[in-house]
Write a protein that binds this ligand. Structure first.
Ligand code: FNR
Length: 339
């Protein structure tokens, strides 16, 4: 039995295997309304047919001004629920579990209204200058995450992932590079963590399923959070009841990330052992053997795969062949899958 294709349970949800479709924005909402389109149904449904254990829907905006692009999926209104429900129905029909990544882009939002951040520092010299959030704005955003969780539950999702990575709003609060506030949301690490903590607690008032958090565990700047800061953050997340940390890196400031096979796996390994919390590894994991090595050596609990699954929705079968194991096909493909 391979580890990649063995089940794993988070709280009340059993994933049939440890392969996750990493959240990836598809910039495909037609009317800039955040609504699911037939493209999204085919896109996520086909990875479920391809036997991914957990299909995670892309960064989905909890407030319209928090969109990375005007074509992002949204969950800021009840109008979004039926489309998202059609997605979970598709995903579950083929045996996969479903997750949604709840997001707010903060100063990296690309919308035609004001944008918001902890401090009024633009991302780079050509970016729009964000408005520094008032306590009232912060409260509204916390409520938006809480309401998004209620809608995610109504839409039938199994798992919520909170996007606190890649330099988006929650990451902007966490990082000393972008958070220069003097109030209780800035300054010390515990203060910078406060918004994420309050978002988690707000989500937990209505949501009883597993919650994952994606972090950028390397800020690629000596003045940013260090790995020791992330160990403290991971321990706090565990104490708050978070089930898994999905370990990515970068995006907080405009520097290019040196990427090579498995480049972010050490962050997952470190947080898993230092904070004693389940972790996900992501980033240039492209073969079954590589994924199995990470799991067998206890460097992560889940394997998130992005671009490789864009190129090949049936990559799970390829990885299984590589590991000399067979995957149960979806019933519709039984006659052709293993011939
Ligand atoms: C991404 N990524 C990403 N990450 C995230 O947390 N939320 C998102 O919505 C997106 N959107 C997105 C779109 C596209 C087109 C790509 C290619 C990537 C990052 C992604 O989830 C993953 O972490 C990286 O792509 C690294 O993994 P791979 O692609 O090397 O397996």
């Amino acid at each position: 039995m391979t580890k990649l294709f063995s089940p794993i349970t988070f709280k009340n949800i059993e994933l049939k295997n440890r392969l996750v479709m990493s959240p990836m924005c598809m910039y495909s909402c037609v009317e800039e309304d955040g609504l699911v389109t037939p493209f999204h149904q085919i896109h996520y449904g086909s990875r479920a047919i391809g036997q991914v254990g957990l299909v995670m829907v892309e960064a989905t905006a909890v407030q319209p001004e928090g969109r990375i692009s005007m074509q992002d999926l949204g969950i800021w209104s009840d109008d979004h629920i039926p489309g998202l429900r059609s997605l979970t129905e598709q995903i579950h029909a083929y045996g996969a579990s479903s997750a949604i990544q709840l997001a707010h882009a903060g100063r990296k939002a690309d919308v035609n209204t004001e944008i918001y951040a902890p401090t009024n520092i633009p991302f780079h010299e050509h970016s729009a200058t964000p408005v520094a959030m008032t306590r009232e704005d912060i409260k509204d955003t916390i409520v938006a995450f809480q309401q998004a969780a209620v809608r995610a539950k109504k839409a039938g999702f199994h798992i919520i992932e909170i996007h606190a990575a890649h330099g988006y709003l929650l990451n902007q609060f966490l990082s000393p590079l972008t958070n220069k506030r003097m109030d209780e949301y800035g300054g010390t690490l515990h203060n910078r963590m406060r918004l994420l903590e309050e978002v988690i607690q707000a989500i937990q008032t209505d949501w009883d399923g597993p919650i994952f958090v994606r972090l950028s565990v390397n800020e690629y700047d000596t003045n940013g959070n260090s790995i020791n800061d992330f160990i403290i953050i991971a321990k706090l997340l565990k104490a708050l009841g978070i089930h898994l940390i999905d370990c990515s890196s970068g995006g907080i400031i405009p520097v290019s990330v040196p990427a090579y096979p498995g480049y972010q796996v050490p962050y997952s390994e470190k947080l898993k052992h230092e904070a004693n919390i389940a972790t996900g590894a992501v980033g240039l994991i492209t073969s079954g053997v590589q994924a199995e090595e990470i799991l067998q050596n206890d460097r992560a609990d889940l394997i998130f795969v992005g671009r490789t699954l864009l190129r090949n929705p049936y990559w799970a079968r390829e990885a299984a062949n590589e590991l000399k194991t067979t995957l149960q096909p979806p019933t519709q493909y039984k006659r052709g899958w293993n011939i």
